[in-house]
Design a protein around this ligand. Structure first.
Ligand code: PLP
Length: 387
């Protein structure tokens, strides 16, 4: 019997990977599976980015880089944030990571310990709750409701702050709901936080490029009054279809930069050098592939929202961002997990139960529309037959 640490029992997982494995197994057995469970773009990384990665390898960039990332890459991030959000960011506050996830894990390790409380969106990205629990802190859910378009209510967030609250995590556009929090709510949150100067805020903006219907992203970086305790997470995975490259970043307050850099040194030394060069090409190069990908996502979004609303017992909000629809399936009489399992086993359609994203996800199912329109239409046809 090995003497495993107790903390391991507190570590959660991301069920999308479990569904993915099961869908892959069924497909390997010869079943025709349509995968709407997956949280990654179904596009290839644009060619000029791939070329930049290959060139970096050929040019001999095989060694360690600074732990916080190549200076040129951090400058490109700052320039990109200025272009997209109209904000000034010092490249010294940018820390490059192998993906978006390490930022949330490190933030939870930095602010979480027994006795501390960390707030997080629920339903939300499952790693928040997992990382909070792992740190020993108490996870305090921010309930996201369909009637608010799955945006958080600033009043509810502020009302849950106690003297033990060390960190609040927010995410807009959101996984798994596609919800986008309106500017008024963010204004209210920032205003209310004035009364709690020692509470840190992490805004996960990994989907900041993915908003539809003419909506504009509201970055928390646009609020200078909270910069001294604000962490903004973003990255390349979703925007540039680079999930497997493992590249992300966050903008950290001055007081956190040394701590997070030390966590990087302890954990992974630095991100793969060639990947960082590819990241520079992504930010500095042409953005037309991103625009084309978004136009395609928007078309599919309209198809899936309309199709879901046409199913018996199912209703779906317009999911204004990311690439997820999060329909309410309670009218079908199925629980989220029953629907996930039956849709996969009997209709060959992989989706993820809302409860994989927290207890407030009961009655919902996440559909990713990172799949072709043809497959989306066919998946909806099969589910209609089953229902
Ligand atoms: N944040 C959210 C809300 C996500 O949905 C994801 C990925 O699904 C991530 C962060 C992590 O992205 P990465 O693959 O870059 O670690």
């Amino acid at each position: 019997q090995l003497k495993f640490a107790d903390s391991l029992s507190r570590l959660g997982t991301e069920s999308a990977f479990v569904v993915l494995a099961r869908a892959g197994k069924l497909a390997a057995e010869g079943r025709d599976i349509i995968n709407l469970g997956i949280g990654q773009p179904d596009f290839q990384t644009p060619e000029h980015i791939v070329e930049a990665g290959i060139k970096a390898l050929r040019d001999g960039h095989h060694g360690y880089t600074p732990a916080n990332g190549l200076p040129k890459l951090r400058e490109s991030v700052a320039a990109d944030l200025h272009r997209r959000h109209g904000v000034e960011v010092n490249p010294d506050n940018v820390v490059i990571q192998p993906g978006g996830k390490p930022t949330m894990f490190f933030a939870c390790l930095m602010f979480g310990q027994p006795g501390a409380e960390i707030m997080y969106p629920n339903p939300g990205f499952p790693i928040y709750e997992s990382a909070i629990k792992y740190s020993g802190a108490t996870p305090v859910p921010i309930a996201l409701k369909e009637e608010n378009g799955f945006a958080f209510s600033a009043e509810e967030v502020l009302g849950q702050i106690t003297e033990r609250t060390s960190l609040i995590i927010i995410n807009s556009p959101a996984n798994p709901t596609g919800g986008v929090t309106p500017r008024e709510e963010i204004d209210k949150l920032v205003k209310g936080l004035e009364a709690h100067p020692n509470v840190a805020l992490m805004s996960d903006e990994i989907y900041s490029n993915m908003l539809y219907g003419g909506r504009e992203h509201v970055s928390l970086l646009q609020y200078p009054e909270i910069r001294d305790r604000l962490i903004v997470l973003d990255g390349w995975s979703k925007t540039y279809a680079m999930t497997g490259w493992r590249l992300g970043y966050a903008v950290w307050p001055d007081s956190c930069v040394d701590h997070v850099t030390r966590l990087c040194i302890n954990d992974h030394s630095c991100v793969n050098a060639a990947t960082q060069y590819a990241g520079i090409a992504a930010l500095d190069g042409p953005q037309d592939a991103v625009t084309a990908m978004l136009a395609e996502f928007d078309k599919r979004r309209q198809v899936i929202v309309e199709g879901l609303n046409d199913l018996p017992g199912v209703t779906c909000t317009d999911c204004a961002g990311a690439f997820y629809a999060f329909p309410n399936i309670s009218g079908t009489g199925l629980s989220a997990m029953e629907a996930q399992n039956r849709f996969l086993d009997e209709a060959g359609v992989a989706t993820v139960a809302g409860t994989s994203f927290g207890k407030y996800g009961e009655g919902y199912l996440r559909f990713s529309y990172a799949n072709s329109t043809e497959n989306i239409v066919e998946a909806l046809r099969r589910i209609r037959g089953l229902l």
